[in-house]
Design a protein around this ligand. Sequence first.
Ligand SMILES: Cc1cc2nc3c(=O)[nH]c(=O)nc-3n(C[C@H](O)[C@H](O)[C@H](O)COP(=O)(O)OP(=O)(O)OC[C@H]3O[C@@H](n4cnc5c(N)ncnc54)[C@H](O)[C@@H]3O)c2cc1C
Length: 256
Amino acid sequence: MIPLEVRANVRVSPSFNRLTLGGAALAGFTSPGRDHAVRLFFPRTGQARLWLPSLHNDAWMAETLLQPASRRPWVRNYTVRDHRPEKQELDIEFALHGDQGPASAWAARARPGDPAGIFEEGYSYLPPDGADRQLLVGDESALPAILSILSTAPAALTGNVFLEVPETADIRSRIESPVGVQVKWLPRDGAGTIPGALALETVRKTPDLGTPSYTWIAGEAKLVTGVRRHLVNERRIEKKDIAFIGYWRHGRSSPG
Ligand SMILES: Cc1cc2nc3c(=O)[nH]c(=O)nc-3n(C[C@H](O)[C@H](O)[C@H](O)COP(=O)(O)OP(=O)(O)OC[C@H]3O[C@@H](n4cnc5c(N)ncnc54)[C@H](O)[C@@H]3O)c2cc1C
């Protein structure tokens, strides 16, 4: 359990805020990049301080749930977008989706000095050696992970990325990525579809994906399961070559 505080909150584009969290407790923290994720703890509205669980193993969840509502923090999963060990700080990028989600609402308003905490989680992007052609698919919740994966990918990597975002203004004009990787940005621009539907449809309709040797899919549950099913059933890609992780479920709050 790493107690931190907000150091900065920057609006990156209409649908994304980047929060910098920092503190001396980050001294021993290392991040392998990729889709490295953490559990993020933050206070509920009206709580003057953050009560982090005291248990440092997986029992923290039970401890959190047993807290009275007045002390129980919110907890959600987020990706470490950047880590600057020399400054003892890290960045998290939040896809803002209004006030119905506590994390989205908190990220929209967090100010320097506000308390937060993290618990390290690990990562799922594990391409085998020699997986030099890859397919990455995600919605806006997976943008931080995909950009982080691309920025540390070997220069020789080739493949396709399908990245759905809420609107054209959310497209990042400059990203670090191997030249042989084609990044297709998919802005919904008010189409009214649920996040992920456009990316799923686009993958389905793309005639040639060039037989990726490794695929990583993350985002809304239907996107993730839909792309995996399509790749396995219609493109005959082996299940073992596809990593997939449902980041959130439309219409359902994350537990915690
Ligand atoms: C390993 C992992 C890493 C993740 N990394 C990131 C990250 O770096 N950045 C990021 O933004 N998200 C990330 N997510 C997704 C994030 O944890 C969820 O979106 C989470 O549900 C947000 O919490 P909330 O309190 O805002 O909304 P919740 O209380 O969980 O949900 C409230 C409502 O909002 C809807 N909702 C939830 N998320 C979204 C969304 N993204 N867009 C539209 N509606 C939504 C739900 O369906 C529900 O109806 C990650 C998830 C995992 C598992």
